[in-house]
Design a protein around this ligand. Structure first.
Ligand code: UT7
Length: 331
């Protein structure tokens, strides 16, 4: 028995809104078609959070409550809650504060993590470090984004990709070698020009001009991001395997960020993994930014076995990217 404290994932929760936005719906909104979207991205439909006054916390709350129910804990037992998101309810306070208030996690502290599509991996690695330090016993890591709030539904290059959703995991100490074992995380801010929001921050506060120029929507140069993403996600996943003396044969599942099926395929090929070992739900949810990886875990958790080695991998705006090795603990 190892005495090293690791952070085991002991429960998973997820939530997607009921409302679907299909490729056929988008055909009526912009000059696109179902065949183009499916062949270029793998997406058929996404979920959209509708309703006045609803934000990312409304996606996160049901995911966290589900996780608590599954683990049989009360939210008051949560020590720390981190929300990875680029679509916070407000610029401040943090969505984590709002989630804690809504679920009654009165003993938790928390904050938001802004690392776009890699946000869940960055937050997971941070949350795991809190557990490994021995300081906290129950850390909740949420990946949640209401991308529909920052998507321009007249821009066919971006509106076809994104959707809304949330996923959450509970981290608890383990001394048997389960949980988050290693992470390689990277940022390169020189890539920010290819994927960002032009206005609404301190450089360019909201103005009538910025609204008129549609600068509060996600701006993406798709081809450039694609090129970096294919290389970045595949390279870092291969590097993680090598660092841990593992090959594709040792990996039960790849849990890739769901941005584009072609990026996922490139990563799986590079790791020597057949498609049966890759979690893919992009066809139903699109790119939910920080939520893609926990939503996969949520959907696949019944298929995961005790001791499975799984690799989580992401690439996104920033640029940010990374890969995390997890040994699954069957609760
Ligand atoms: O998750 C965060 C990180 N983000 C990513 O990883 C996204 C990475 N990028 C991508 O996934 C892809 O670049 C997109 C899916 C965004 C776009 O696919 P693409 O194969 O790179 O298309 P493209 O931008 O090179 O456009 C090819 C053609 C263009 O027409 P012309 O110039 O060849 O005549 C576009 O105008 O397809 C056209 N096009 C469309 N046609 C129909 C662009 N969007 C659409 C559309 N429907 N929705």
């Amino acid at each position: 028995m190892s005495q090293r404290i690791t952070a085991a994932i002991t429960a998973v929760g997820g939530y997607v809104p009921e409302e679907k936005l299909t490729n056929f719906d988008l055909e009526k909104m912009v000059d696109t078609n179902d065949e183009w979207i499916r062949s270029r991205t793998g997406i058929s439909e996404r979920r959209i959070l509708k309703g006045e006054g609803k934000g990312t916390s409304d996606l996160a709350v049901p995911a966290v409550l589900e996780l608590c129910k599954k683990r049989g804990i009360d939210p008051v037992e949560i020590d720390c809650l981190i929300v990875a998101t680029v679509t916070p309810d407000m610029v401040f306070p943090a969505t984590a504060n709002i989630v804690c208030d809504k679920i009654g996690a009165i003993n938790a502290w928390g904050y938001d993590m802004s690392a776009a599509c890699s946000g869940f991996l960055f937050a997971l690695t941070t949350g795991a470090a809190y557990i490994e330090s021995g300081r906290y016993k129950k850390v909740v890591v949420v990946g949640a984004d209401k991308m529909s709030a920052i998507v321009d539904y007249t821009d066919r290059a971006t509106c076809i990709i994104f959707g809304d959703g949330a996923g959450a995991v509970l981290l608890e100490p383990d001394t048997e070698g389960y949980g988050v074992l290693d992470s390689l995380l990277k940022t390169d801010g020189s890539g920010r020009q290819y994927l960002h929001m032009k206005a609404g921050g301190s450089v360019k506060p909201a103005s009538i001009e910025s609204v008129t120029a549609k600068e509060h929507f996600a701006y993406q140069e798709g081809q450039a991001v694609f090129k970096f993403a294919v290389k970045g996600m595949a390279d870092i996943s291969a590097e993680l395997l090598e660092k841990n003396n593992l090959t594709g044969d040792d990996i039960a599942w790849l849990v890739p960020h769901q941005a584009n099926l072609r990026i996922i395929d490139a990563t799986a090929n590079r790791m020597g993994l057949p498609s049966e070992k890759v979690m893919i739900n992009i066809q139903r949810y699109g790119n939910t930014t920080a939520a893609t990886i926990p939503l996969c875990l949520w959907e696949w958790q019944e298929k995961l076995n005790d001791g499975d080695n799984i690799v989580l991998a992401a690439f996104g705006g920033g640029f940010t990217w990374g890969a995390t090795l997890v040994k699954w603990k069957k609760g």
